[in-house]
Design a protein around this ligand. Sequence first.
Ligand code: NAP
Ligand code: FE
Length: 370
Amino acid sequence: MSQAFFLPTRVFSGDDCVKTHAAALWGLGTKALIVTGRNSARATGAGADVEAALRSLGRPFVVYDAVPPNPGLKEVREAAALARSQNVDFIVGIGGGSPLDAAKAVALLTVNDLDDDAVYSPPYSRPPLPLAAVPTTAGTGSEVTPYAILTNDKLRSKSNLSHEGLFPRLAFLDARYTQSLPRTVTVNTALDALSHLVEGYLAVRATPLSRSLALQGLALLGPGLRALAADPGLPSPTLRETLLLASTTAGMVIAHTGTTAGHALGYSLTYFRGIDHGRANALTMTEYLAYLRPTQAALVDRVLAALPVDGISGLKSLLDSLLGTKERLTEAEIETYSGIAVKARNMANTLVPPTQADLAALYRKSFESP
Ligand code: NAP
Ligand code: FE
């Protein structure tokens, strides 16, 4: 069995890790661009901590704080222009997956002049600028992946910018930054982490090493999801830590395996219906597993046992209690979305590559029609 494992991100975790390990930022460069969303850096205190760390090192910085959820190239180009005009030589991303992914694309576009198609087609003439990542959600694992997922209006979907140079050099995991997350974002991001563990375990590109990590992540996340389902309030600091650790573990898994049809099914739900990314993936998850199980029973059952849940129906009841009332899809929507999903690159990474008819059936079984 040949396998390759590469994870060049230095991960620090724990309360105050930005302050404690500020010196690690020293080697990244001489002037930083902080890339973040409209509120999260300020609301969580992560922005103030990063700015204090940079000041303590005598490193000047500028801030771009207009990354929206599900960013596209427009915001990335704006921030890259700022970085160029300010002679920035490293990037710090702060926020959920949206600002972190935008920060990665900024790191690439600051030093490469690429048109919209060339952005997604490595090789690039220059490696992206060094990057540090400070997550404020617990779900995408972007702080340890080489991916930036951007909204692509031309394809009416999401596109995956993937390059080894996009692995953050540093990741700072301070679960206190996730404490201010509202319940809905907490649940939806946890479901994204779940989808990474489930899809990563079942990916064509999975290896024994990535599967060990996925099982570890599932064992952490299963009890976390049950605790979220049992208590409609906000999670305790300990549960926040567990969710963040599970999310980063899940990121380490997909850094190696990529995602599968589950994510491809979710992209249209986000693009056309504005459904949060993690929720979008979870809405079709049980039907996706039911689709794979006839030929992949041992692998599917291993995933379910790691959480643990009592079979696919056990997973369904857990997810139903977290998802609440489900959206509805029309036949016309199902036709459009399955036509887009079948062209996604993730299909080739799915153990049983679905046809468009299979994908339409998965949507149909997962949603009631209006
Ligand atoms: P997000 O879009 O980054 O954030 C969702 C919302 O939560 C935003 O309004 C954000 O505010 C707010 N928020 C963030 N942290 C907060 C905090 N601590 N307290 C209060 N509010 C907070 O959501 P996400 O689910 O983390 O990221 C989703 C994106 O990541 C999608 O584009 C998805 O495709 C991508 N993704 C990437 C990977 C990868 O490997 N790179 C993997 C999976 C998904 P602000 O407006 O201030 O930001
Ligand atoms: Fe995801």
